[in-house]
Design a protein around this ligand. Structure first.
Ligand code: ATP
Length: 235
């Protein structure tokens, strides 16, 4: 039985006015896989995440479950299970952890069950369930953003820079959370600047530089690539 592609992108070009941010990007994310797009600041990772979520105009093909995202509003894309956890996290700062999670559950009815799952994945959130989101550390807020995305039982989770600005100790918690998400069978597109983190989680990696994929392959292959070692893994 062939594995169904959840996300299929081909020959994708995206521009902001005269600035071309993505050029001829091809990408497939299969059921249950974690595919990571790595690259430096300004490479175009967020542009890719925003495009597959239906927020940007594009040339080329972007299909989620065989359906062109161009034909759908961002709201209906969320409805169908593509959940985007943005770089800015977009939490409701003056609401509690618990209330932020409840707001993530509108796509699915089994709210308490999902919340138990999120609190199991991130016990730190359970300890802080009544705390206002804006008073939490950056790492805790990131856990909450991922937890809120999980509340709607995503079919495809798009994570944009989940490790941004986080201390190594918190990275371990986020790492464990992502492992558990994978065990749950959630398909993930991980846009990430932390190459080591991406390599530890992804089944396949694409290196984006100046809007183009310059390397693609499984982490074990790319770990030995001279350009990736010298520029991204410290030699
Ligand atoms: P970072 O990790 O710093 O967020 P990134 O890899 O996510 O970087 P993008 O944010 O996608 O990169 O940016 C890609 C390019 O597109 C950059 O040159 C950026 O300046 C440009 N860009 C992004 N958003 C806009 C916008 N709204 N208007 C104009 N140019 C934009």
């Amino acid at each position: 039985m062939s594995v169904e592609s959840v996300l299929s992108v081909s020959d994708l070009d995206v521009s902001y006015g005269k600035v071309q941010a993505l050029r001829s990007v091809d990408l497939t994310v299969d059921e249950g896989a974690i595919v990571s797009v790595i690259g430096p600041n300004g490479a175009g990772k967020s542009t890719l995440a925003n495009t597959v979520s239906g927020y940007l105009d594009y040339d080329g093909t972007v299909e989620y479950r065989g359906d062109s995202v161009r034909e759908h509003s961002p709201e209906s894309i969320v409805e169908s299970g593509l959940i985007h956890c943005t770089e800015s996290r977009d939490l409701f700062g003056f609401m509690s952890v618990d209330d932020n999670l409840d707001l993530g559950a509108y796509r699915r009815g089994d709210r308490e069950e999902r919340k138990d799952l999120v609190y199991d994945l991130f016990p730190r959130l359970a300890e802080r369930r009544n705390q206002h989101a804006h008073t939490m550390s950056g790492g805790e807020q990131q856990m909450l953003a991922i937890g809120r995305a999980l509340m709607s039982d995503p079919d495809l989770l798009v994570l944009d820079e989940p490790t941004l600005g986080l201390a190594p100790i918190i990275l371990e918690d986020i790492s464990e959370g992502i492992d558990a998400i994978q065990d749950e069978g959630v398909t993930v597109l991980l846009c990430e600047q932390n190459v080591t983190f991406a390599m530890n989680h992804a089944d396949e990696i694409h290196l984006l530089e100046n809007g183009e994929f310059v390397r693609s392959g499984p982490p074990e292959e790319l770990r030995t690539d001279d350009h990736i070692r010298e520029s991204y893994l410290g030699g």
